[in-house]
Design a protein around this ligand. Structure first.
Ligand SMILES: [Zn+2]
Length: 404
């Protein structure tokens, strides 16, 4: 199907009649605090909006994600927008109320505006425009999901939804901010704990014991040195490693400690895995006998669903010429003229689970800019909201055409 200017104008008009709804919905969502594990009120607000918009089915799953469905076809497309946010932090650092959802000169401000509440607002109303205009192919199903706990443990909640709650998409579009470009991957990460053991004794005669901190020192130095030697990738860049915390067990300040633990943040590029990252630390000079392990995530969701999740978030990249990437590019091109750039995120997303762990082709397209996320300038423009809703309205059709 060829696409002419008139059809694009129809989609623009079809979305613009809902611009006020998108803005009002987003401002409401910003006004409902939803830090990780406390998303219940925000999820219920989204459920109500989906019902008002007229999704065929709306439900909250056992984990606490909200899922709206349109269509019953076998080609299943998932739109994923996490709806938890990081906290507000120091309120005095904000120039406006972070929970008010201020609208000024075509920009909506507040915690979660860019990361990632704008996306769910655009997805919900974009789906409405899609339905009004008859843009969903008969053989397709669109799921729009508001996902919990992404900030705390990226990928866990969407992984549970896909593997236990009957939502089985063939592809995923993440709403994380991409500045209206198409993103197709990011570095992975894992959180590692290293523990050394010593023998405690009175600190007045340290030669009688073995100081666990001193045993840790060469390991810390070795980790720092690893940085220059980690793998590089032309698209994702270099892997990195950093010691981010240190603690020790000693009975008192006059006791030689018999245990020391450090925490390590490891960012992995193409060709690096958790296993290789752990092995690197194990083979550092001085690390013989140290315990090296992955951390686990176990904070229950607001519905009481309990994770048991290794803090391992694999690297993922979808090839530039993959049909899903090309469908995203084509969709942006048709709607906005110029060919969208394909890029990557610096931060991590639910894609670590959908593409990284489950191998489901995943891309990102979303309103807002990554530099505003988690900052006191958290914001999104109304122009981005309408353009994203247009993209979400048209994408299922372009994708089904490209991959038929
Ligand atoms: Zn995010």
């Amino acid at each position: 199907m060829s696409f002419d200017r008139e059809q694009v104008a129809d989609i623009a008009r079809g979305v613009e009649r809902y611009t006020d709804n998108i803005i009002a919905f987003l401002r409401d969502l910003i006004a409902i605090p939803s830090t990780s594990t406390r998303e219940g009120d925000c999820i219920r607000r989204i459920r109500d909006e989906m019902q008002k918009v007229g999704f065929d089915d709306v439900r909250i799953d056992a984990i606490g994600n909200v899922i709206g469905t349109i269509g019953t076809g076998r080609r299943r497309i998932l739109y994923d927008s996490h709806i938890d946010t990081v906290g507000v932090g120091d309120r005095a650092a904000w120039k406006w109320d972070p929970l008010q959802g201020k609208l000024e000169n075509g920009i909506v401000y507040g915690r979660g505006a860019s990361d990632n509440k704008a996306a769910i607002a655009c997805m919900v109303w974009g789906a409405r425009a899609m339905r009004d205009l008859g843009l969903l192919p008969d053989d397709a199903t669109l799921y729009v999901a508001g996902i919990v706990q992404e900030e705390d443990c990226d990928g866990w909640a969407v992984h549970e939804m896909i593997t236990t709650q009957g939502v089985r998409p063939e592809c995923v579009v993440l709403g994380e901010c991409t500045n209206l470009q198409i993103n197709r991957g990011h570095r992975g990460r894992c959180e590692i704990r290293v523990t050394t053991k010593g023998v405690s004794c009175h600190a007045s005669a340290p030669e009688r014991g073995v100081n666990a901190i001193c045993k840790m020192m060469p390991i810390v130095a070795g980790i720092e040195e690893l940085n220059g030697r980690l793998k590089d990738d032309p698209f994702l860049g270099r892997g990195t490693i950093a010691v981010t915390s240190i603690e020790c067990k000693a009975g008192s300040l006059n006791v030689v400690p018999d245990e020391c633990t450090i925490y390590v943040d490891r960012r992995m590029t193409v060709g690096e895995t958790t296993e290789s990252s752990i092995e690197e630390i194990r083979s550092l000079p001085g690390a013989e006998g140290a315990e090296v392990s992955l951390l686990t995530y176990d904070s229950p969701s607001y519905t009481g669903y309990r994770p048991k999740w290794e803090k391992y978030f694999p690297t993922w990249v979808l090839e530039e010429d993959h049909p899903l990437v090309q469908a995203g590019v084509r969709c942006g091109e048709r709607l906005f003229g110029g060919r969208p750039r394909t890029s990557k995120w610096v931060f991590s997303t639910d894609g670590t689970a959908t593409m990284g762990r489950l191998g489901i082709p995943t891309i990102g397209f979303g309103p807002g800019e990554e530099r505003h996320s988690h900052s006191v300038d958290d914001q999104v423009s109304v122009e981005h909201l309408t353009k994203s809703a247009m993209f979400y309205a048209l994408f299922p059709m372009v994708y089904c055409e490209e991959t038929r």
